[in-house]
Design a protein around this ligand. Sequence first.
Ligand SMILES: *Cc1c(COP(=O)(O)O)cnc(C)c1O
Length: 432
Amino acid sequence: MLYHSTNNPAHRVELKEAILRSLPPDNGLYMPDTLPVLGDDFWKNHRELSFQEIGFEVANAFFGEDVPEDALREIVNGTVAFDAPLVTLAPGDHILELFHGPTLAFKDFGARFMARLMAWLTRDEDRELTVLVATSGDTGGAVASAFLNVPGTRVIILYPKGKVSGLQEKQLTALGGNIKALEIDGSFDDCQALVKSAFLDQELSETLNLTSANSINLARLVPQSFYYIHSARQLPENVAPVFVVPSGNFGNLTAGLLAARLGLPVDHFIAATNRNDVVPAYLLSGEYAPRPSVTTISNAMDVGSPSNFVRMQSLFKNSWADMRGKISGMAFSDEETRAAIREVKSVHGYVIDPHGAVAWLAARKWRASHPGSATISLETAHPSKFLDVIDAELGQDAIEIPERLAVLADREKVAISFPNDPAKFHDWLRSL
Ligand SMILES: *Cc1c(COP(=O)(O)O)cnc(C)c1O
């Protein structure tokens, strides 16, 4: 399979380049040249398959031409090593829990698949692969955990000083091994700009064999479509779900669109956001107006210029009318989100995190105008990752911190303090 840039269909590359380069030189994003479709046999039998087998069939449809079956099965089985259960709060009101992985966020699916695929793609090379990633919280932890002790790789995480939660910081800084954390005296945008500056330095990028682990990478998107299929089949046959996706960079929603293209019956998608509502506003007006992000309590969705929007446009051939026929946008304030956290607990006895709460609000609004529909709201992180909000709304002791997060509290933070200075950053990289 070949991959082309969203900016230029004539710029086409092989899988290895699309994954290791991450970004086409023209600043577009890579898309598969042909979008795969799963055949009738698969859809007839898919209810009997395991979650891992679903994952293999999807991965095989995208990567089967380039990766042999046994290697691909190993990559998928290593990725899907935990479940994604569907919890029903009330008739038609379903929650898809995507936080059962090692770092308690859905990003574990994408990061684990990408780490394994990159290791396979570089299996014959002596040169070490250097993975650079800028994070505002969850991405860095998922990537660090996925690459920890993967031979032939090292990971450098840049995070903004004082802007990630205590336990999130430990997920980035307490692993050791082949993971290094840089605490940047700046914002998340500064971290992203530093990463970009390193890629733009051709010589540096080549000597260090640099690659990116941000959600622009196709290897992170494909495994996220596994759980759309896995969750839909847990509803009664002939019920096509409405997927409600709490969104920031829109990688998760794009993965849902890929699942629909594979042949999954989906009634509708809802792009649920906090006040950073660039995409919901576009769906209403047809005007796309990116703007600087504002801070909210669902901070993993504080994105003002969503990177995967160009992929969504490409999937709808740049037609606003087609996109809004399949996706509706809804945005909610922090006050509404806090009220939802309290209501879901008092009415259903369920503790939902701020991102899942935004989805739940959108799902409820949709069901009110579409009675009888079945919504699946994606619960993208475990509530214990956002203890300050949960404690404030539900009181302390509302949730238990899972063991795999709790153990980090006692570990030592090891990070290098670093100024927001590209030249110093490049020198430091060269000295590695
Ligand atoms: C990253 C993240 C999101 C946003 O996902 P996108 O794919 O960027 O839209 C939502 N919720 C949580 C908890 C996240 O970590």
